[in-house]
Write a protein of this length. Structure first.
Length: 449
């Protein structure tokens, strides 16, 4: 079939197609540049905030309150190890700053209040201190790393890396350069289309006009013209496929980056948990240590008293432990303590706590257990320990004494008074001949059997 096209029709079709192509390429250029800039910004900001929160959690878990809850010494120690740590602020029950460490600059308190009021976990704040302005990150976290009503919350202030702003500017510059590059590509594509499609069509139209004027044979619109059009279509198809591949690759890179961040965060959490366990675990017996007791006794006592529920404290002490060490050596003493640790661990529930307070003194904290129930548990432990220690044939005999106090029986003001009452009951039991159990509200109950 022969298609005859006039010069005017050819010019209209080619110019219109070229104009539409240019507009489409310009729109695509702007869209790609915008997506690149926004995507880079969001990914960088997300990764930066995750890294800041991870470092802040590490600092919060390492804080150790001093007397009266003072954090000055702990904060100074952390600042010497974490160069980005600027200040720490403790929050009161209302969520406002009660104290800031260091306390010399008021700007740190104001920055901490701003971070405490924000809903985001990591907040960019500015503080004026030391005659200069500080660009900081503020992170609102529980002091012990565990969310609970009794958690003491702090705001960690870390320096904001200037590289963060530089990267944001660099993102805009790269996006602008990409837009310029794509614009030059669009201009080159239009020039190519002009030289390889529009001009051949015009030459055919000119040839057709000359043929009509001479009455010769009219040329048909076949051959090279359609081949050029097919080449353009193939190029556009490859461009679309490349765009889809690029989009899929971008999603894959983002997914892998998120997986790496999650894996890193999981490793940090595991390290923190292991560090906390090592810090609060007694190496010899596998029980909790005094550091754990100091941090958990107060909150546990307050929870039980607030819920109007009982809490029993049972203090144990090994009788004649020093003569055993002197005659048989410390290895025999360690064996006795390890056995007692296993005995206490086997006697408690998942909600109870077994603590080695130091030396040969141990403690059981039993929530929702009254005096009668605690006495039954203590007598069984004393009896089993006496059976084991009796095999040693030691003289004087190694045995176990226990003192019991409960929240309801003592009506103490805090956990310290509860332990003091249990200690007093323990001394009464030792004074009655040892190997016995005594309570804070009664005389010694009798020898362990």
């Amino acid at each position: 079939m022969t298609l005859i096209v006039s010069d005017g029709q050819l010019k209209s079709v080619s110019v219109g197609f070229l104009a539409v192509t240019r507009r489409l390429v310009i729109c695509a250029t702007a869209a790609v540049a915008l997506v690149f800039a926004v995507g880079t910004h969001v990914l960088l900001d997300r990764q930066t905030r995750l890294a800041v929160v991870a470092e802040a959690r590490l600092c919060a878990s390492a804080l150790t309150p001093g007397p009266n809850g003072d954090l000055t010494e702990s904060v100074e120690r952390l600042r010497s190890r974490h160069g980005r740590l600027v200040a720490v602020a403790s929050l009161g029950p209302t969520g406002r700053v009660e104290a800031a460490y260091p306390s010399a600059d008021r700007g740190f308190r104001e920055a901490a209040n701003t971070a405490a009021e924000a809903r985001s976990e990591a907040v960019a704040v500015t503080a004026a201190g030391g005659g200069a302005r500080h660009e900081l990150w503020g992170v609102n976290l529980p002091l012990n790393g565990t969310e609970s009503p009794a958690s003491w919350r702090v705001v960690i202030l870390l320096t904001r890396d200037r590289g963060y702003s530089v990267w944001l500017v660099a993102t805009g510059v790269v996006a602008a350069l990409a837009a310029v590059g794509l614009g030059l590509g669009a201009w080159g594509l239009s020039r190519w289309f002009e030289g390889n499609v529009t001009q051949p069509l015009r030459r055919i139209a000119t040839s057709a006009r000359n043929t009509r004027s001479t009455g010769g044979v009219r040329p048909s619109l076949r051959g090279n013209v359609w081949r050029e059009t097919e080449d353009i279509a193939e190029c556009l198809r490859r461009h679309v496929e490349q765009g889809q591949e690029t989009q899929a690759y971008t999603k894959q890179v983002e997914y892998e980056a998120q997986q790496q961040v999650r894996l890193h965060q999981k490793r940090l959490d595991n390290r923190l948990r292991r560090a906390e366990d090592r810090a609060t675990m007694d190496a010899l017996t596998g029980l909790r240590n005094r550091h754990f007791l100091e941090s958990e006794l107060g909150p546990l006592f307050d929870r039980q008293r607030g819920a109007r529920r009982d809490l029993a404290a049972v203090v144990f002490d090994v009788d004649n432990f020093k003569p055993l060490n002197d005659t048989r050596g410390h290895e025999a003493g360690d064996d006795i303590l390890r056995f007692l640790g296993e005995l206490l661990r086997a006697a408690i529930r998942p909600t109870d706590f077994a603590v080695r307070m130091g030396g040969d003194e141990f403690l059981l904290l039993l929530p929702d257990v009254n005096t009668r129930q605690a006495n039954s548990i203590a007598e069984r432990i004393v009896r089993l320990f006496a059976q084991y220690a009796g095999r040693l044939g030691q003289s004087p005999a190694v045995s176990l004494s226990a003192g019991i106090a409960t929240l309801r029986s003592t009506e103490g003001a805090d956990g310290g008074e509860l332990l003091a009452a249990a200690d007093a009951a323990l001394y009464r039991a030792k004074g009655q001949g040892k190997n016995s159990v005594s309570t804070a509200e009664d005389a010694p109950i009798g020898p362990g059997r």
